[in-house]
Design a protein. Structure first.
Length: 73
């Protein structure tokens, strides 16, 4: 009986879903460490890539149509 009651309480909690709206825009790039060095991946959509005047020579195309480049800062 207790198990059924707990299951119902869990189901009731799941009905109270809330939408998360960030207070600020997410960053354009995210930083992390690779072997202790700060690194980031820069990503361009196909449209952004087409508008770039100075394209990085080391950028790589991905099958989903975006371009990306790894930067060790």
């Amino acid at each position: 009986m207790n198990n059924a009651m707990q299951t119902r309480q869990v189901a009731m909690k799941r009905r109270n879903l809330k939408i998360h709206e960030p207070r600020q825009e997410p960053p354009v790039s995210v930083y992390w460490l690779i072997n202790g060095f700060p690194a980031r991946i820069i990503v361009w959509t196909a449209e952004e890539w087409a508008m770039l005047i100075d394209r990085p020579q080391d950028a790589q195309p991905l099958p989903n149509g975006i371009w990306c480049a790894l930067r060790i800062d």
